[in-house]
Design a binder for this molecule. Sequence first.
Ligand SMILES: Nc1ncnc2c1ncn2[C@@H]1O[C@H](COP(=O)(O)OP(=O)(O)O)[C@@H](O)[C@H]1O
Ligand SMILES: [Mg+2]
Length: 276
Amino acid sequence: MKTPHPTRGARTIAFISGKGGVGKSNISLNFSLELIRRNKKVVLFDLDVGMGNINILLGLQPKNTIVDLFNEQLSIIETIEKGPEGLAYIAGGTGLSRFLEMKQADKDFFYEQFELLTEMYDYIIFDMGAGITETSLFFILAADECMVVTTGEPTAITDAYSMIKQITSNGGTMPIHLILNRARSQGESTTLKQLQKVIRQFLQIEVYPLGLIPEDKHVVQAVIRQIPYSIFNEKAPAARSIKQITESYLHNETDITLTDKPAFLKKIKNLLRGKL
Ligand SMILES: Nc1ncnc2c1ncn2[C@@H]1O[C@H](COP(=O)(O)OP(=O)(O)O)[C@@H](O)[C@H]1O
Ligand SMILES: [Mg+2]
């Protein structure tokens, strides 16, 4: 086991979207790799229950999933798999959707395991499924920050808006960032600004556009080869953009969130007791 991170504990970031297939898994994976390249300790948590595919994007077969935490009484450390460049990831499992019904003893164990994770890593990245389920809402509301991924399609934009509305109406107050994937021109940054304006006007909250990732054929090739696109071709337009997005995220990080102790743990505790 690694020495616990001595300072503030991990920051948790949930990658979410209203519409499916917009690029969350690819973005959360390559964002995680970019953080690692900047000497951050990262664990990527595949929480797309039933449709998890981080392992497919990595061409790896996980030995354990998070569900084994309860079924096999494994510690969270035993569920961590190793990916490229020292990436740690945890595969989700289909049984996770029932986890909110678990017994108090299991909830306490789950909490302790997450506490351990926040001590070991600088970042815990959640790759969520599209839309909101009861279980995904739990993890989204517990997260310190959300990255909402959309494409420029009106349907994806509308669904991103609905997603943010659902988070706020369920009491979520974490900073929310926007990423527009599969952009066909730089002009699509206007779409993000418009979405930001609509959210400000109708939901009375501020969200932060982080940037665009272009439509890039290297992404499709990398997915087929089962290699993260920032490893497959670091000069590819999408790889360059994810690098910029990570840099801009890290640059603005302290401006947006200033937590000393992981608020995440406090929120998990409250959510497990059924209140936020
Ligand atoms: N920037 C991009 N350029 C081209 N194709 C992309 C891009 N991002 C994603 N894709 C395509 O979209 C598919 C779905 O991406 P994925 O990350 O699995 O989405 P999600 O996790 O949101 O369901 C990928 O397999 C790839 O074919
Ligand atoms: Mg996905």
